[in-house]
Design a protein around this ligand. Structure first.
Ligand SMILES: Cc1cc2nc3c(=O)[nH]c(=O)nc-3n(C[C@H](O)[C@H](O)[C@H](O)COP(=O)(O)OP(=O)(O)OC[C@H]3O[C@@H](n4cnc5c(N)ncnc54)[C@H](O)[C@@H]3O)c2cc1C
Length: 479
């Protein structure tokens, strides 16, 4: 059907159906608003299609194979064979199940779904171009809008994602054969998660990082077990180098990646041979393709749309949510912002006032943080008390065969209010939820310590860390 010069109206136009946009649409539908959700690619956005879900599916699958092949201590002798095509088919099935669920939920909440690319014409009008020859475009008039267009991977000079051996994370998650060797540029959380996946698939992985450690922003004690495990997996690190170019090798056997020393010194450039190179140096907001200026929406110098505590942009009736609205670029932060924007449009007194947003890195072992670290709390002027509990003292951790790492809780010394927590170890991603709730509820160390935790569980380590801060942990020595 050719669509052209049609004008329709909607109360709320939402651009982008990732975890910020589709969640905003469903919430707005629940609040009886007339909603149109425009998506140019796939429902569920980066998160469901090319990010969180596919990466976690492959992390789980490769972990199972790796653990099965390394469980002699438990009396298991196995040599699992990985059928990548089968693994990818299973991962794609998970993605399809979730994305079709998003579509069904939107429809069940009376959200009008529109496939196409939206750009602003003016403060109350957007144009939606439909892809495909002769598909034309249509005009949408709106009362309110939510911009939830997400982010894209940053490209570095000389490494274009259109060149076959150069991959971004999306392309790396869609490979149909395992590369023999891979250079990963960037040791941030995406680079480190994918380094683990490929190493467990049998790829020789080398990570180049400009800085002098993995995952800048995380405390050294959290990163140490992750780096140790990565080295045990055979991952090699080259710190202090910036990838500058690549070329095909003269013998036709793969590529050569050149990296210059990041500091201006006499060190010679690095040359690394590999089959492919994955660039994971961060993501940038998708805000440059929307003609935001025509709608009166301002961005900061990095391209993020600036918003207030209700998600409003510089145009009062237009909101922004998710990666395009700034750091931290995490799916759950975007969903929370999407819900707030929908509720504010519906006239509810909602605001973004969370005390803490958890962040998780799905490496082996996992890292999870929420609220303030000890040094952040001290920089904010708090007198702190810290409690820790090592997983090697947890009965449950020992029964899983994964006992590296610890739980650390930071609290106010005077009244015991929990300010934050850091965990590195098994199931850190799940354990952090209790501590996020503690921060949100204004719980004290006493509250956490006196809550009965089931035995034998990893969650007992959270209780013991709180007890340790109070000076009476049972299964570790108190300071
Ligand atoms: C490999 C990887 C792993 C990740 N793992 C995690 C994780 O474990 N946990 C976590 O919290 N986060 C993770 N993230 C980050 C997470 O994916 C993002 O924070 C999240 O997807 C942001 O949601 P969003 O709705 O803001 O944007 P997106 O999910 O990017 O969705 C934006 C949507 O807008 C659409 N769009 C853009 N412009 C237009 C337009 N003009 N018209 C119509 N549609 C448009 C896009 O097609 C896209 O579907 C990961 C990211 C990657 C790449």
């Amino acid at each position: 059907m050719v669509v052209g010069d049609v004008t329709t109206g909607t109360d709320v136009l939402i651009i982008g159906a990732g975890p910020a946009g589709y969640v905003a649409a469903i919430r707005a539908g629940q609040l009886d608003l007339d909603v149109t959700l425009v998506e140019k690619d796939a429902y569920g956005g980066t998160c469901l299609n090319y990010g969180c879900i596919p990466s976690k599916a492959l992390i789980t699958a490769t972990d199972i194979a790796h653990e099965a092949g390394n469980a002699e201590a438990m009396g298991i002798h196995a040599d699992p064979a990985i059928d990548l095509a089968g693994m990818v088919e299973w991962k794609d099935g998970v993605v399809d199940q979730l994305t079709s669920g998003v579509e069904k939920l939107c429809k069940a909440n009376q959200v009008t779904l529109l496939e196409g690319t939206a750009t602003f014409d003016d403060e109350h009008t957007a144009r939606v171009s439909h892809s495909g020859e002769g598909q034309g475009s249509e005009t949408l008039e709106f009362e309110n809008a939510i911009v939830a267009t997400g982010s894209r991977p940053i490209e570095i000079p000389n490494f274009e994602y259109d060149d076959e051996p150069v991959l971004n994370s999306r392309q790396a998650l869609a490979l149909d054969s395992v590369p023999d060797s891979l250079v990963i540029v960037g040791a941030g959380y995406i680079g480190m998660e994918l380094a683990g996946v490929f190493a467990k698939l049998g790829t020789d992985v080398t990570v180049i990082e400009m800085l002098d450690s993995i995952m800048p922003g995380y405390d050294d004690d959290l990163k140490r077990p992750v780096k140790k495990h990565a080295i045990e997996l055979g991952i090699e690190f080259e710190f202090g180098y910036a990838a500058s170019e690549w070329h095909d090798r003269d013998d036709g056997d793969g590529i050569r990646v050149i990296a210059e020393p990041a500091a201006d010194d006499e060190t010679t450039p690095l040359e690394l041979d590999a089959e492919m190179v994955l660039v994971a140096v961060g993501r940038q907001p998708v805000s440059d393709t929307l003609a935001l200026e025509d709608a009166g929406i301002e961005t900061d110098d990095r391209g993020f749309i600036e918003t207030d505590s209700r998600g409003r942009t510089s145009a009062e009736h237009i909101f922004a949510a998710g990666d395009v609205a700034g750091e931290p670029m995490l799916a759950h932060k975007g969903s929370m912002e999407g819900k707030v924007a929908a509720e504010v449009i519906a006239g509810e007194p909602s605001a973004i006032d969370n005390q803490a947003i958890p962040a998780v890195v799905f490496t082996t072992p996992e890292i999870a943080t929420v609220g303030l670290t000890e040094s952040e709390a001290e920089a904010d002027g708090f007198e702190t008390v810290v409690g820790t509990f090592p997983f090697r003292a947890s009965g449950r951790a020992l029964t899983t065969g994964e006992s590296d790492g610890f739980v650390k809780i930071v609290a106010e010394e005077s009244d015991g209010y929990v300010l934050g927590a850091s965990i590195v170890g098994p199931e850190a991603s799940e354990l952090v939820a209790e501590l996020g709730l503690a921060v949100e509820l204004g719980a004290t160390l006493e509250d956490v310590a006196s809550t009965v935790h089931a035995h034998p569980t990893l969650s007992e380590s959270v209780m013991e860390a709180a007890e340790n801060a109070l000076g009476h942990a049972i299964h570790t020595l108190n300071r």
